[in-house]
Design a protein around this ligand. Structure first.
Ligand code: RB5
Length: 150
């Protein structure tokens, strides 16, 4: 992945800022689209999950990073968009497998669960790992047949 959108709620705001800086240093300033929020004032995580998911679906970016307190609410919300695979990851192994086997476009994490260094490492693993395809691709297709109207 070369370009990413990043978003959070208030609980994830500080980690979002830190990860955006990390990702810009790694990928370039123009490669990271900060979808907000602009401050740590209280917001609702579904709003930011939708912004990042929609940027991915529109092809504006290759993938996304979403952060709330646990990563749970914001990943559940992103996965309500048809075609989105948002994976809640709390370590490098799950981040790597989310790409290799699940072709996740979005990694979600919990700012109250992982520290900044773990968050950087897992986002790096997510960026660097390619989807393995093959039998995993057939399963991805089946996932999306579960969507309403599919
Ligand atoms: C906000 O307090 C918290 O509920 C939210 O960040 C997230 O953890 C929800 O899943």
């Amino acid at each position: 992945m070369r370009t990413l959108a990043i978003g959070s709620d208030h609980a994830g705001f500080n980690l979002k800022q830190a990860l955006a800086e990390h990702l810009r240093a790694r990928l370039g300033d123009d490669a990271v689209l900060d979808m907000g929020p602009p401050s740590a004032a209280r917001v609702d995580y579904p709003d930011y999950a939708a912004k990042v998911a929609d940027a991915v679906l529109a092809g504006t970016v290759d993938g996304g990073v979403l952060i709330c307190g646990t990563g749970i609410g914001i990943s559940i919300a992103a996965n309500k968009r048809a075609g989105i695979r948002a994976a809640l990851c709390h370590d490098v192994t799950t981040a790597r497998m989310a790409r290799a086997h699940n072709d996740a476009q979005i990694v979600a994490l919990g700012s109250r669960v992982v520290g900044e260094q773990v968050a950087r490492d897992l986002v790096d693993a997510f960026l660097e790992t390619a989807f393995e395809g093959g039998r995993h691709a057939d399963r991805i297709t089946k996932i999306h047949t579960l969507e309403p109207g599919a």
